[in-house]
Design a protein around this ligand. Structure first.
Ligand SMILES: Nc1ncnc2c1ncn2[C@@H]1O[C@H](COP(=O)(O)OP(=O)(O)O)[C@@H](O)[C@H]1O
Ligand SMILES: [Mg+2]
Length: 205
């Protein structure tokens, strides 16, 4: 299956989520083809660190969709708006698009624009579109996370994934070390969140 992780804004967690999912799949003996189509190359950077540190399983990153090989069990594509043609091509190839959305009005607006783009570009084959709240606030008193989920539920064409990733330093820390959150802190809350997300997106692993 071709899964694209995308949204228009930077910092929504696209590379973090793509990276964690790809490690999870690899650990579970799935062959994964991983694409970094964002010139910011964050995903490539984190994989480079992983290679330098000699962490297993080893990941490999492709940068050109011409290399796409459907023989793999799973294909994961991290996109960015700075390479707009590659982004369009990726969303046209996608079976599904995971859209990370931090809890804010600005992120809802940019998500709406992204959905418009998907609609325009995918007239032939409509991918499944899955919204995922990332960087949810851990303080219960703050209502923006619930409000963001309500707003996503009102948008047509997007299904909300029934789990959240919260704002946690372990996402940043593990990423900077070339590790998935469940490798750095297997018993941590972030690990539990990513495990849940993986089981929703990949029920067969
Ligand atoms: N849930 C989270 N909690 C804390 N930090 C996060 C979370 N998700 C992403 N980050 C951090 O935010 C920064 C931007 O994330 P990144 O995945 O590079 O976003 P994008 O690829 O959408 O630009 C990175 O430093 C990353 O580690
Ligand atoms: Mg990125």
């Amino acid at each position: 299956m071709i899964t694209v992780v995308g949204n228009l804004k930077g910092g929504t967690g696209k590379s973090t989520i793509t990276f964690n999912l790809s490690v999870k799949l690899s650990i579970n003996s799935k062959s994964v083809q991983l694409f970094d189509l964002d010139p910011q190359a964050t995903l490539s950077d984190v994989v480079d660190i992983r290679i330098e540190e000699e962490y297993e399983p080893v990941l490999k990153v492709c940068n050109n969709l011409d290399e796409l090989d459907k023989q793999h069990d799973e294909i994961l594509i991290d996109i960015g708006t700075a390479a707009i043609d590659s982004m369009y091509r990726a969303i046209q190839l996608a079976d599904r698009i995971v859209v990370p959305v931090p809890p804010s009005q600005a992120d809802i607006w940019s998500t709406q624009r992204f959905l418009q783009i998907i609609n325009e570009k995918c007239e032939v084959k409509k991918p499944q579109i899955l919204g995922l709240v990332n960087r949810a606030d851990t303080h219960k008193g703050i209502r923006e996370t619930g409000e963001t989920e309500d707003a996503l539920n009102m948008l047509p064409d997007i299904d909300l994934i029934q789990t959240r990733l919260y704002q946690r330093t372990s996402y940043r820390r593990s990423f900077s070390e070339g590790l998935a959150v469940f490798e750095l802190e297997p018993k941590g809350k972030a690990a539990a969140e990513v495990n849940k997300l993986s089981s929703i997106l990949y029920p067969n692993i």
